[in-house]
Design a protein around this ligand. Structure first.
Ligand SMILES: [Zn+2]
Length: 226
């Protein structure tokens, strides 16, 4: 049930969450040599456990855009801004006949690159790839030596399926040849995960609280996987 009070609930302008669920304390600024472009699927925008906005707020100069099928001109501008060469963080898909074989990774210094991250479920990221031919034509970066995810609040995922923030932290470190350089990002993520878990527990304990807004309830439903 929406209420006037719920609609007027104060929202943090930086992380776009209710101020009671603000995650800005976890913002840890990092400077990456590669530029970071986050393409977020619309279904992830209101997902309370989504880490992409925290990632965006941490990585200086990163750009985040939301969409599924992007306008070709807009996407081209996002991919090639400042003359950087985009590479897509996505595993090889040799068995997917619907996708062309991507070109090899360019032999360029890391500060000439743009890391493109699809922030979506596995199924939706594949759909984004199908719907945007410009993404299909990008060289692909696959992660090596992937550590297990700390994303304990994301259920029914194998350990190697990382959150967007974890995947980006590993990829940026891999590109710079310094796997641990983005450890502070992972520390920030640990704090974020702990806050989300505490929020789930608090909401479960007070699930009949009169002041729970509809949007909060939807967020919790996602968090507990209902
Ligand atoms: Zn905030």
């Amino acid at each position: 049930m929406s209420s006037a009070a719920g609609l007027k609930r104060a929202v943090c302008e930086r992380c776009l969450r209710a101020q009671s669920a603000c995650i800005c304390r976890w913002i840890t600024p990092v400077q990456a040599q590669a530029h970071l472009l986050i393409l977020q699927h619309p279904l992830e925008v209101g997902n309370a456990k989504n880490s992409a906005r925290l990632l965006h707020l941490c990585v200086n100069g990163s750009v985040m855009a939301t969409g599924e099928a992007f306008d070709a001109g807009v996407l081209d501008s996002l991919l090639h801004a400042d003359g950087r060469t985009p590479v897509l963080l996505y595993p090889a898909t040799p068995d997917d006949a619907g996708l062309p074989a991507p070109p090899p990774m360019p032999m360029l210094p890391v500060d000439a690159l743009r890391l493109v991250l699809l922030d979506a479920t596995w199924r939706k990221s594949r759909k984004m790839l199908y719907l945007n031919p410009a993404l299909q034509r990008l060289p692909r970066l696959g992660l090596t030596d992937v550590a297990p995810s700390n994303y304990c609040i994301r259920k029914a995922h194998a350990p190697h399926q990382l959150s967007s923030l974890e995947a980006a932290a590993q990829a940026l470190g891999q590109l710079e040849g310094a796997p641990r350089r983005f450890g502070p990002l992972l520390d920030a993520f640990d704090g974020f995960v702990a806050q989300q878990a505490a929020y789930v527990r608090a909401c479960a304990a007070g699930s009949r609280a009169d002041n729970a807004s509809q949007s909060d309830e939807q967020g919790v439903n996602r968090l507990v996987g209902r």
